[in-house]
Ligand binder design. Structure first.
Ligand code: ADP
Ligand code: MG
Length: 689
């Protein structure tokens, strides 16, 4: 019988329960519980040579030790090794620790060096007190650091993985090779067992830099498998969807041509092409699964409207889901106007629609109302459709896959399900798309409407704020409109709202001739709506806003945007925000106000924003600077939390994935199950993958 978790030393029922929470249910899972990173405790550093931001091993003698009473008691220890001094700071400590670290004691410490008030310091270092003459040797290999949770310390992980690795070495546990042999041979990759062992316990002669940079063949071996697992899991989900039935929406209606005639513009070539691709999908008896990808301002909304009209014209309902209330409201307004001449009025649903209004909305949808527009509320329980034929998800990167699937399920009956149109403006580098959107058809709107002028972007220090305000006054004096975006990171909605209120007051006082409006996340939906429509009608000249206006908002006459504290925002967010201007034929500009001094990363971000308006270049740079979780937005689901893979670093591995993925899905479905179980685990269960 195979080795069980319970057979390991130190694993009782309580431990098993804790492990289960982290998805570890078998000894094999322990082997795939991989170190998050490594610490290099092999080299002793001279205290005089330390730099902030590094994690280092040091040794020295306690010069001074005292409990300092600030807001709460804190133990402060000064350590010296003759080359320099450093402060160790403990916010939590026990009496015996204080007694261990008295003057003259020798300590070995490991921790992150920071620049403190009085020179360099380490907060809560790992430390041990040394007995002269009996100092233990310095580690001869990298120390693995495991991802963990409350109640499971690093020592526990070391003990458990030690046992699992031993079982593997002794042949008591076997790991099935799931990568095709030809692939591992071609790429000269180590076997799975070797790679796993190496990563858990790098030998003393390991290439430390390669490992820390995740650029070791053992890591490539696992990254390859992990990327493949995610790819097959998405592919299979989408294949299963596609194998279902869907209503054929093939009849063109006179409403479509009337709609086009009423538009004040002609579709661009790219829009026409994408529309045709969508129409061709919709006319099939199987569900469309199409991602429409177009930079901010490329005109995805009309495409959505045309798809909606096609569904309605064929007697089906269409649901349009957007990630923020403001964007959903805007769609509601725009669609409302576009569809009015055709005698269609959309039904509005958000979590703020309650009571009788909600009952009415639900009754309308259940009764077959043609168009529903709203937020997450659309996919929640209690919402039923009579004949949902098309689901449109805008700015998909803000939703998880399971949310999209939940909405799709509302239109499903047995083998039949609705078509899906997914729209995103977040330009996704190809490498990322191959993983995040594996198995979706992709259409790209790669052309902006004619007459758009590139946005001029400048970065300006906060010390020139007065100049910027004068510039706003001048622009608005000429009849143009402007946004002033207040950003605060990691603060509550309430604090953001207060900050924006304060700025609105300041600007209102300084720009007495202008109408200054304010919109933030704490306002009631109706208030927001009222402000946004006044801005749209030009009654408000300057709109002070929090980042609630980030996605989708469309007011073509607004041609100037000021972004405060731009240095704190990520590139994806800056690009989205800036996309609110440059939407008409006016020359637009964007001022990135920052508080000096700029850090290195922040400078790089502002530089790239000044240099280009091309969302793809910005996204590539973003991926390079920050990694994929951020490119897709923080609200991403666990789907892209990789254990070893790194989409920026492993981009060179990705081109091999699709062919292998295809062959596994077609010829080795049992391997697909194992791969997904091994690497994707619970995350895949949401949709019965
Ligand atoms: P996004 O792709 O960012 O969602 P929108 O659909 O909001 O872009 O379109 C941006 C603006 O461009 C809107 O005001 C829209 O009416 C307008 N627009 C869309 N297509 C065209 C076109 N072919 N010619 C001119 N303007 C267009
Ligand atoms: Mg849009």
């Amino acid at each position: 019988m195979a080795l069980q978790l319970a057979d390991l030393n130190g694993v009782g029922p309580r431990m098993q329960e804790k492990l289960a929470h982290l998805g570890v249910g078998a000894v094999e899972d322990l082997l795939f519980h991989l170190p998050l990173r490594y610490e290099d405790r092999t080299r002793m550093h001279a205290i005089g040579s330390l730099r902030p931001g590094t994690r280092v091993l040091i040794e020295g003698e306690v010069q001074h030790s005292a409990v300092v009473r600030a807001r709460r008691a804190m133990l402060v220890v000064v350590l010296s090794d003759g080359t320099g001094r450093i402060t160790l700071r403990f916010f939590h400590f026990r009496a015996h620790q204080k007694n261990q670290m008295t003057r003259g004691a020798r300590l070995r410490c490991f921790g992150e060096v920071r620049a403190g008030y009085q020179g360099l310091e380490i907060i809560h270092p790992h430390y041990s007190r040394l007995t002269p003459g009996r100092e233990p040797p310095v580690a001869d290999r990298l120390t693995p650091i495991y991802p963990s949770a409350e109640g499971l310390g690093q020592n526990t992980w070391l003990r458990l993985t030690d046992q699992a690795l031993k079982a593997l070495a002794q042949g008591k546990l076997e790991l099935e090779e799931l990568l095709p042999e030809a692939m591992t041979r071609n790429m000269k990759l180590p076997s799975l067992a070797d790679a796993i062992t190496y990563i858990h316990r790098p030998p003393p002669d390991a290439d430390i830099n390669a490992l820390i940079e995740r650029d070791h063949p053992a890591q490539h071996r696992l990254a390859m498998e992990e990327l493949l697992a995610h790819n097959v899991s998405m592919q299979r989900l989408h294949r299963r969807q596609r194998a279902r039935n869907a209503p054929t929406l093939d009849a063109a209606s006179p409403e479509e041509s009337r709609f086009l005639q009423n538009l004040p513009f002609q579709l661009t070539g790219a829009q026409q092409r994408v529309r045709d691709e969508i129409f061709s999908d919709l006319s099939q008896p199987h569900p469309m699964l199409r991602l429409v990808h177009g930079d901010v301002g490329s005109g995805k909304t009309v495409i959505a409207a045309l798809a909606a009209l096609r569904a309605i014209g064929n007697g089906h309902q269409c649901a349009i889901m957007a990630p923020t209330e403001i964007l959903a409201e805007q769609h509601f307004r725009v669609f409302g106007e576009w569809l009015k001449p055709l005698d269609v009025s959309p039904v509005w649903l958000s979590s703020k629609v309650k009571g009788k209004k909600r009952q009415e909305a639900l009754a309308a949808l259940a009764g077959g109302a043609p168009v529903a527009i709203g937020t997450h509320a659309l996919m929640q329980e209690g919402v039923d459709f009579a004949a949902l034929g098309l689901v449109i998800v805008d700015e998909q990167h803000r939703f998880g896959v399971h949310q999209r699937m939940a909405l799709v399920e509302k239109g499903s009956a047995g083998q039949t399900c609705p078509h899906q149109l997914i729209m995103t403006a977040t330009p996704i580098p190809r490498t990322l798309a191959m993983t995040a959107y594996a198995g979706l058809e992709v259409s790209v709107i790669d052309e902006l409407p004619a007459g758009r002028k590139p946005i001029t972007t400048v970065a300006v220090g906060n010390d020139r704020r007065a100049e910027v305000i004068t510039r706003v006054a001048a622009a608005c004096g000429e009849g143009r409109q402007a946004y002033w975006v207040c950003t605060l990171i990691e603060e509550s909605d309430a604090i953001q709202a207060q900050a924006a209120e304060a700025v609105a007051e300041e600007l209102g006082a300084r720009l007495a001739d202008l109408q200054v409006g304010l919109v933030h996340g704490r306002m009631k939906a109706a208030e927001k709506l009222a402000v946004m429509s006044r801005f749209e009608r030009g009654e408000i000249h300057l709109l002070v806003a929090t980042t609630v206006i980030e996605v989708g908002v469309d007011v073509p006459n607004a041609s100037l945007m000021i972004i405060e504290n731009a240095e704190r925002l990520g590139l994806a967010q800056l690009h989205q925000l800036r996309g609110r201007v440059g939407r008409g034929d006016l020359q637009s500009s964007c001022v990135l106000l920052y508080t000096p001094p700029l850090g290195d990363l922040a400078r790089q971000r502002l530089d790239i924003m000044r240099q280009t308006g091309d969302g793809f270049r910005i996204a590539e740079k973003d991926l390079e600077l920050r990694g994929p979780g951020e490119v897709l937005g923080t609200r991403q689901t666990g789907m892209l939390q990789f254990r070893v893979a790194d989409l920026a670093r492993d981009a060179h591995l990705l081109h091999r994935i699709p062919a292998v993925s295809e062959s596994l899905l077609n010829h080795h479905p049992e391997q697909v199950d194992l791969l997904i179980r091994r690497w994707v685990g619970d995350a895949a269960r949401f949709a019965g993958v």
